[in-house]
Design a protein. Sequence first.
Lengths: 112, 111
Amino acid sequence: RKEVEQDPGPFNVPEGATVAFNCTYSNSASQSFFWYRQDCRKEPKLLMSVYSSGNEDGRFTAQLNRASQYISLLIRDSKLSDSATYLCVETPGYSSASKIIFGSGTRLSIRP
Amino acid sequence: NAGVTQTPKFRVLKTGQSMTLLCAQDMNHEYMYWYRQDPGMGLRLIHYSVGEGTTAKGEVPDGYNVSRLKKQNFLLGLESAAPSQTSVYFCATFHSYNEQFFGPGTRLTVL
């Protein structure tokens, strides 16, 4: 089983729709989680951190469910500019920064 | 601040040729990483460094060597390139319980 698993998609949704995708992780000791966004042929960039209490930033909401070992990303009122690949990232902690694990990404395509 | 820069941006090599990819950062971060990204495979760690003068192997180190002689630079070398090393290479830095900062990538094709 992969350490971090994501549905590769693509998710193809109309503009204005709400879309959500999950990421499961296998290491119950993992400390920190993040969502990164990667545009085609570009480098990954941090979208948001994921906290146990949930984290909301505008149209984006990230949740962490430690009991079921998954994190989620919800995008409301999707825009054309949200089309990208979303990477789930697991970090055990600073002392184990070598163990940063990236998911393979979920591709999202927003259509007009 | 330039952040993380990579040189070159593109390169085409013939099998057996060698080359060095340069990563430079101006954020004074201790940790630096080299990843490769292939379609459907996500980012895979090649080598990393936890500080000047240190290097360690990641998930896919075979065929690559690295050096970190200066804190701000992390070099990735291919001694004898193979077609299987055709990929996009990303350098990244890491500072704390926080985000990684990535360079723009180097697109390498080995014929």
